[in-house]
Design a binder for this molecule. Structure first.
Ligand SMILES: [Zn+2]
Length: 256
């Protein structure tokens, strides 16, 4: 049986996600940006929270944990090993290569440093679903704050090797701003123009483009396209390594 997945808005621009195993009723929240929004999503679906899977220790991803634990009881919180003692209410810590289950659903844990040193992602191969936190966004990527650009680039490159139909759930909806930047990098990318129009239409209807797919990201997300000649030309780095192109893009976006 395939997982039931529900993505919803929290705070201003965070995205909360619930992943439920219909076989057992087990249900995980990916991060806990806001107790009330997660609880409202659970009520709306009629699901019972059993797990919280934390992608990284930033406050806007963990501040709802303790309230949710108090509210529901028996919720197990899985957090990054590299954020030991920094995630409130954590019950166990995981890192690269560990496996996490939500009922009969199984995820592989990937260390994905870049946005911060402790960042991890959860790849549910059987569901073709990636919970990527603040490493990749629809049409964008997280700020590189505590790790090197090379680490962030290799985290993104690893995502890019996932199957084209992998569904990508990210921790924020910055899609409209990301589309504006992506178009500044690649004004002639037809797939990107179509996607930007789709993002505008979704916004007008109160929707957002999450999940994305890896195929769509590879075709339109500039941060996965540092090998494309149009992108290399946009940052005037002909002949440079992709990681240098990636860094120039990210620094440009910071100023954009
Ligand atoms: Zn963050």
């Amino acid at each position: 049986m395939t997982a039931e997945i529900h993505a919803f808005r929290c705070l201003d621009d965070n995205i909360g996600v619930l992943v439920r195993d219909p076989a057992t009723g087990a249900c995980a929240a990916i991060d806990a940006p806001e107790e009330a929004a997660v609880a409202a999503a659970l009520d709306e679906k009629g699901w019972r929270l059993t797990e919280i899977l934390v992608t990284h220790r930033h406050a806007d991803h963990v501040q709802g944990i303790e309230g949710l634990k108090r509210r529901y009881g028996g919720v197990r919180v899985t957090a990054p090993d590299k954020a030991r003692n920094e995630v409130p209410g954590a019950d166990r810590y995981v890192g690269e290569g560990d496996r996490v289950t939500v009922g009969s659903l199984e995820a592989e844990v990937w260390d994905t440093p870049g946005h911060c040193r402790d960042h991890i992602a959860y790849w549910f191969a059987g569901e073709r679903a990636l919970f990527a936190g603040d490493t990749i966004f629809t049409l964008g990527c997280g700020r590189v704050m505590e790790s090197t650009y090379a680490q962030m680039w290799s985290s993104l490159e690893r995502f890019a090797r996932l199957p084209d139909d992998a569904r990508v759930y990210s921790g924020h909806d910055y899609t409209i701003a990301n589309a504006r930047f992506a178009l500044a990098v690649e004004p002639d990318n037809a797939a990107l123009k179509a996607r930007a129009a789709e993002a505008d239409a979704a916004k007008a209807q109160g929707r957002f483009l999450i999940p994305s797919t890896m195929a769509a990201e590879k075709a339109t997300n500039p941060f996965l396209r540092a090998r494309e000649s149009a992108v290399v030309r946009a940052v005037k780095l002909e002949g440079a390594e992709p990681v240098a192109v990636f860094q120039a893009l990210r620094e440009w976006k910071n100023r954009f």
